[in-house]
Design a protein around this ligand. Structure first.
Ligand SMILES: [Zn+2]
Length: 363
């Protein structure tokens, strides 16, 4: 995979503002690679065209390259899509951290520091050298605590990301969400509907009044994968089930959280959900669903016979999301519910019920 590394060295330079001169020997890789003097656009086209024919391991690395190229091109949504897609189970720990670093930087380009921060923190644990320094600086920056006594060279290399706030460009996907819907939320997800391949919100829904409560669910389907592509497939399956079999306008829930702790946009927040039990219970009620089966259901077969516990990443993401939503909408902790608080159901299982009880009793 040396050739990919060489390419990465060429394109990861976004962090370095100095263009690198590569001698002819550096590009004599045995595998086909873009012409030495190809523009960013040509490199993107080169990899996009070859991607489908590559083996999964090479695809993962090509996606990493594409992510960096899109970042350099100033296309954060496209960059993020590729970084997520690179996490297909074939990356090394370091490459996985590079993907997380890329996801974090893509959010910074959109001036979404709060969304960037968990990815940057996660990445900084596995990145070393100059890249690790930059990542740690950006993680602190995203948390509003950028250190003052930092090497000027680091500041220069991360300037693209720290200066994005000043020139704040709106995220393209915000404008392209379901036509006619203005998003009133602060964009609290990691993965947008466009990124997981959602179909359109259908017309048969009520609009959401100002949210004043939150209800937590589980999908009741076993999930034992950290891979984004598995979670995105599950999102599409669930949406198909809710729209076609249930006849609903969209997914019932507003947010889903996968096993790796990615917060995934479900039904647009300005559309009333279908998750709590009936229209009255759904009014002003934000539905959050954790992907996994947290209740033993032996009657459904051996696969369901053991309840799993939510992962640490899921719980951390849930806490963060609920913190952000309660703050943004002024929702009291007394209005944070487990589904089983509201109606007779096993959902979301004892673990999340205890979590909700803890939240509700905390002031
Ligand atoms: Zn439920």
């Amino acid at each position: 995979m040396r050739w990919f590394c060489l390419l990465a060295a060429l394109v990861i330079a976004p962090a370095c503002s100095q263009p690198r001169v590569i001698g002819p020997t550096a590009l004599e890789a045995p595998v086909v690679s873009p012409p030495a003097h190809a523009s960013i656009e040509q490199r993107i086209e080169f990899w996009e065209q070859r991607l489908p024919a590559l083996a999964p391991t090479d695809q993962a690395e090509a996606r990493l390259c594409l992510g960096e190229l899109y970042l350099e091109q100033g296309a954060p949504e496209q960059a993020r899509l590729n970084f997520y897609a690179s996490q297909n189970g074939y990356l090394s720990a370091r490459e996985d951290a590079q993907a997380a670093y890329g996801i974090g930087r893509s959010y910074l380009l959109q001036d979404l520091a709060r969304q960037a921060r968990p990815h940057l923190i996660k990445a900084s644990a596995d990145l070393d050298g100059p890249e690790g320094d930059e990542c740690r600086y950006l993680a602190a920056f995203a948390g509003g605590r950028a250190p003052q006594d930092v090497d000027a060279r680091i500041l220069l290399r991360v300037a693209t990301y720290t200066e994005a706030a000043a020139s704040a460009q709106p995220a393209p996907s915000v404008a392209s969400h379901a036509a006619g819907h203005t998003h009133v939320d602060g964009h609290f997800h990691d993965v947008s509907r466009d990124e997981w391949g959602a179909r359109r919100l259908l017309a048969n829904h009520d609009s959401m009044s100002r949210p004043f409560r939150i209800t937590v669910h589980h999908t009741a389907e076993p999930a034992r994968t950290m891979r984004s592509e598995d979670a995105f497939r599950e999102m599409r399956d669930l949406q198909r089930l809710h729209q076609q079999d249930n006849g609903w306008a969209d997914l019932g829930y507003h947010y889903l959280i996968d096993q790796a702790g990615r917060i995934i946009e479900g039904r647009p927040i300005d559309a009333q959900g279908a998750h709590a039990g009936n229209a009255e219970l759904n009014r002003g009620n934000i539905g959050i669903c954790l992907i996994g089966n947290f209740v033993a259901q032996p009657e459904r077969g051996t696969e369901y016979s053991l309840a799993q516990a939510p992962t640490d990443q899921q719980m951390e993401a849930l806490d963060n999301l609920v913190d952000e939503l309660t703050t943004h909408y002024g929702i009291s902790n007394r209005q944070v519910w487990a589904h089983s608080h509201l109606k007779e159901t096993a959902c979301p299982g004892p673990y999340l019920l205890r979590w909700a009880d803890g939240r509700r009793s905390a002031r």
